[in-house]
Design a protein around this ligand. Structure first.
Ligand code: GDP
Ligand code: MG
Length: 598
């Protein structure tokens, strides 16, 4: 019957190996979109995703496919993000599937996130179908990549599909393998309803819309449902599927993927990973939820305009609705006023949330420098978790400090081994081991403080290997370190939002660079502004922003109009992002200056 014809699968890959392009081809091939509707990478809906060329939020789509066996199948494809910061989203979408296409670039071979994603798929007991993509490239080596999949992952790659998402080669074969290899959903239609919430979003008219995978039973309009974790109950108004636009259907049955609208106004009632059941005939136990993942990087978000504070809270609540890895709580700063301390999975995650708040909610922000969570043991035995340098205790009260370390696995061609080792050493890394993937590539493993990864590790990794390195990491635990808090003073006033925690051996160098950077970024004021870095009461670096002489345009000698205009524009832009700190005007970038440590 119907259930036997359902296949739920997702696509996993290292970033840029062609997952989104392949998803587009599959949509096109199954006729989910007319060619007029078809625009490139329809699954990457958010503007930000298109611009950055990365997939952030997972998306689901229902497809109809008539297979070679003459039967019509219903395929649910769930797209996943590829960046290391978004592993959490990947594991969410995999939990709603029985199979996964493993896309590997025929020229690049296995990369760090290829492995990380395969492990997630194996954890979820998924059937994995290897797809070797980009075989149209002159540098493609499908046989070598097949061998690599067998040697490194241990998967049988003899049936791997040779494909080109770009040229539309191998698409039919992929769909045939999905139909023949991915198992049909196993649930029981007669059992009480159990549906896994794998995502949700807020709609201004309909309230919270939850995305579900039905595991047992069924769900339709009029049914009274209960969210098992929160206990909230609602009457279903409508259910639907993603085709890929949201369209209403009569019922979501066992194995179906779709959405549920139930007039849910309060975002706190729904929780991703929770189970929906029938309020009148409840399931005995919820489905295994998601592993709760904890944010690793924290920063302060402050509205530039004080009156935006409540809007900022609402924006964070809405974003948190489908991003459980985002955390926030109110904080205040002498320099910046009222804002929120927010926790993220990594730097990219942080940048994206910040950009979404500014674009989608129109709230200009000041962001403070990111920090990890330090464990500070006091002389009285108490242990504090510090995610904000301004809460760092006085030196005299500290017994010792620990910082989080990650195990970083870097895959790189042989030629760059030296460069990687130098980089990791510079980041206070400790060598763990080195293994050959094949004749030309190695995996190098290092233990590195997370705080060093948070500062420009990615960028340096890319530039020191011409982009050939790939990288994955996981938290490996806490270690004792010689850390100190460094304060920054502007015009002799300490600016709490600029304080950072640094390793003692690097404090002088960092202090000097931060002061230089701030001198560059802070525009001249009517008076001279000393910029100082200090540890405790000891000043370790100092620069001076000279007093303003005349109007900036005076320097342009009247002649060059375009240069004048540029200067004016620059000034205007600067104005938007200025924050008055004491009696000094500080531009937004200054609060991130501590990141620029090259
Ligand atoms: P994702 O990050 O895995 O979603 O990768 P994308 O689908 O965004 O593709 C990354 C880049 O590879 C884009 O520039 C695509 O045009 C290109 N690409 C994808 N598939 C193919 C292919 O089969 N052949 C070639 N030559 N390029 C491809
Ligand atoms: Mg993509």
């Amino acid at each position: 019957e119907r259930q036997k014809k359902i296949r739920n699968f997702s696509i996993i890959a290292h970033i840029d190996h062609g997952k989104s392009t392949l998803a587009d081809r599959i949509l096109e091939y199954t006729g989910a979109l007319t060619s007029r509707e078809m625009q490139e990478q329809v699954l990457d809906q958010m503007d930000l995703e298109r611009e950055r060329g990365i997939t952030i939020k997972l998306q689901a789509v229902r497809l109809a496919y008539r297979a070679d066996d003459g039967e019509e199948y219903l395929l649910n494809l769930i797209d996943t993000p590829g960046h290391v910061d978004f592993t959490y989203e990947v594991s969410r979408s995999l939990a709603a599937c029985e199979g996964a296409l493993l896309v590997v670039d025929a020229a690049q071979g296995i990369e760090a996130q290829t492995l990380a994603n395969v492990y997630l798929a194996l954890d979820n007991n998924l059937e994995i179908i290897p797809v070797i993509n980009k075989i149209d490239l002159p540098s493609a080596e499908p046989d070598r990549v097949k061998q690599e999949i067998e040697d490194v992952i241990g998967l049988d790659a003899s049936d791997a599909v040779l494909a080109s998402a770009k040229a539309g080669i191998g698409i039919k074969e992929i769909l045939e393998q999905v139909v023949s290899k991915v198992p049909a959903p196993a649930g029981d239609p007669d059992e009480p309803l159990k549906a896994l919430i794998f995502d949700s979003h807020y709609d201004a008219y309909k309230g919270v819309i939850v995305y579900v995978r039905v595991v047992d039973g069924s769900i339709k309009a009029g049914k009274k449902i209960r969210f098992m974790a929160t206990g909230a109950e609602f009457e279903v108004i409508e259910v639907g599927a993603f085709k890929p636009r949201m369209s209403i259907v009569d019922e979501l049955a066992v194995g179906d993927v779709g959405f549920v609208v139930a007039g849910i106004k309060n975002v706190k009632d729904t929780r991703v990973g929770d189970t929906i059941t029938d309020a009148k005939r409840q399931a005995a136990e919820p489905l295994p939820g998601y592993r709760k993942i904890n944010p690793m990087v924290f920063c302060g978000l402050y509205p530039i305009e004080t009156q935006d504070y409540n809007d900022l809270r609402e924006a964070l609540e809405k974003l948190q609705l489908n991003d459980a890895s985002l955390s926030f709580e109110p904080e205040s700063s002498t320099a910046l006023g009222f804002g929120f301390r927010c926790g993220f999975l990594g730097l990219l995650h942080m940048e994206i949330i910040q950009e979404r708040i500014e674009r989608e909610f129109n709230i200009p922000l000041i962001t403070t420098a990111p920090s990890v969570i330090y464990k500070v043991t006091l002389t009285n035995g108490e242990v504090l978790q510090i995610d904000n340098p301004s809460n760092y205790p006085e030196v005299g009260k500290i017994e010792h400090v620990e910082e989080p370390y990650v195990k970083a696995a870097i895959i790189v061609p042989n030629d760059y081994v030296g460069a990687i080792m130098e980089l990791c050493q510079n980041k206070r890394g400790e060598f763990v081991n080195m293994e050959y993937l094949d004749l030309n590539r190695v995996t190098i493993t290092y233990d590195i403080p997370l705080s060093e990864i948070v500062y420009d590790f990615f960028d340096q990794l890319k530039s020191s290997t011409k982009g050939y390195a790939s990288f994955d990491y996981e938290l490996s635990g806490y270690r004792q370190s010689k850390l100190v808090k460094m304060d920054i003073m502007l015009n002799n006033e300490q600016v709490d939002a600029l304080s950072v925690i640094v390793h003692r051996d690097r404090a002088y160098q960092r202090g000097r660079i931060i002061c230089e950077k701030l001198k560059e970024l802070i525009p001249r004021q009517m008076f001279e502004v000393p910029v100082q870095a200090s540890i405790g009461t000891k000043v370790i670096a100092r620069e001076t922003v000279k007093a303003m002489r005349k109007n900036v345009l005076a320097k342009c000698y009247g002649g060059d109009i375009s240069r004048k205009r540029k200067l004016l524009e620059k000034q205007k832009e600067g104005k938007k992002r200025m924050k008055q700190v004491g009696n000094v005007e500080v531009p937004q970038e200054a609060f991130m200056a501590v990141l620029k440590i090259d």
